[in-house]
Design a protein around this ligand. Structure first.
Ligand SMILES: [Zn+2]
Ligand SMILES: [Zn+2]
Ligand SMILES: [Zn+2]
Length: 324
């Protein structure tokens, strides 16, 4: 057993060192075994389960992951939080699997035109399309059918559909769900990310997120996608995490869902704020670009919640008008 101080604070590790440490089968197997164990494991239990006879060799690899990913306690070896995160990423399938769901019609009408919608999964993204209108982001051409057993596209004949939005979704989220359930779970997952991003917290690593705006100054929508910017919304927020690789472009007005007044407005109308907020209609009016100031509103029927956002990109004033 190592002479190290028991349960010492984890060491700092550079990203290069982390890749070097984890790029080894035995070390990953040590993390996986500890992740699956009910409690701490002794040196010999751990070595037996990993299935390595050579005690010296095993000790060498264990030493590499110890301190940062694995800790030695009075009861034996356990995963540290960093080791847990590595194993969670592997088990979510994010690193190992790439399931495909060919575009399939689902039981969820388009929020703009009420036509049927289509969901597809490819390369870790769930994508949602309208079969009739140009969606939120304009017409998109579906990728060709992938080869393999499930490579058929029986339900969706048209290759050009209106793109309603997409979200990153780990492969584990696709297993055991129908296409409609995949969409619903993906929507919930995306909403949670939206709420975190709206409050300035990176949904991947929790670091403070940087936000900037891209504004279409000659925005022109007649209830459809603007031809100039290819978007239904004129004010787009680029949310970028300076710590990890997370980066997204989101209509700014949708980020305002995270404002407590907007969440309360949704709840007030008997809607689930995590799953049914797409029933809101959003409007935007840019007053000034420098410094930025805009009037946004969301409405349900004739109940309107208006809010002003200034250069701080925070909601600074809220008004409610039931009979506009
Ligand atoms: Zn539509
Ligand atoms: Zn991050
Ligand atoms: Zn535009």
């Amino acid at each position: 057993m190592s002479e190290r101080e028991k349960d010492a604070e984890p060491t700092m590790l550079s990203p290069d060192d982390a890749f070097a440490v984890l790029g080894n089968e035995t070390r990953m197997e040590i993390l996986r075994t500890l992740g699956e164990a009910d409690g701490a494991l002794s040196f010999s239990e751990l070595r037996d389960r990993v299935g390595m006879r050579d005690s010296g060799q095993f000790n060498y690899h264990l030493d590499k992951v110890q301190d940062h990913f694995v800790t030695l306690t009075d009861d034996g070896y356990r995963l540290r939080q960093a080791g847990n995160r590595v194993i969670q990423a592997v088990l979510s399938g994010a690193l190992t699997e790439a399931p495909v769901l060919e575009p399939t019609e689902i039981d969820s009408p388009c929020i703009y035109c009420g036509a049927s919608t289509v969901v597809s999964v490819r390369e870790g993204h769930v994508r949602h399309y309208c079969s009739e209108c140009s969606g939120t982001y304009g017409t998109a051409t579906l990728p060709p059918v992938s080869s393999g057993e499930n490579g058929t596209r029986e339900q969706v004949e048209d290759d050009d559909l209106g793109y309603l939005g997409g979200m990153v979704f780990p492969p584990a989220g696709i297993q055991g769900r129908t296409p409609t359930e995949v969409f619903e779970a993906g929507f919930l997952w995306a909403t949670l990310e939206l709420l975190a991003t709206g409050r300035g917290v990176c949904p991947r690593c929790s670091a403070p997120i940087e936000r900037s705006l891209r504004i279409c100054e000659e925005h022109d929508t007649g209830g459809r996608v603007c031809e100039r910017c290819g978007n239904r919304h004129a004010v787009i927020c680029r949310a970028r995490c300076p710590n990890c690789t997370q980066s997204s472009h989101i209509p700014f007005v949708l980020l305002c869902l995270s404002d407590p007044d907007v969440l309360a407005f949704v709840t007030d109308h008997g809607l689930d704020p995590l799953q049914e907020w797409s029933a809101l209609e959003w409007t935007e009016e840019v007053e000034r670009t420098d410094p930025f100031e805009a009037q946004f509103a969301c409405s349900i029927d004739d109940d309107v919640l208006g809010f002003t956002v200034d250069d701080s990109l925070e909601v600074v004033e809220v008004t409610r008008n039931r009979n506009r």
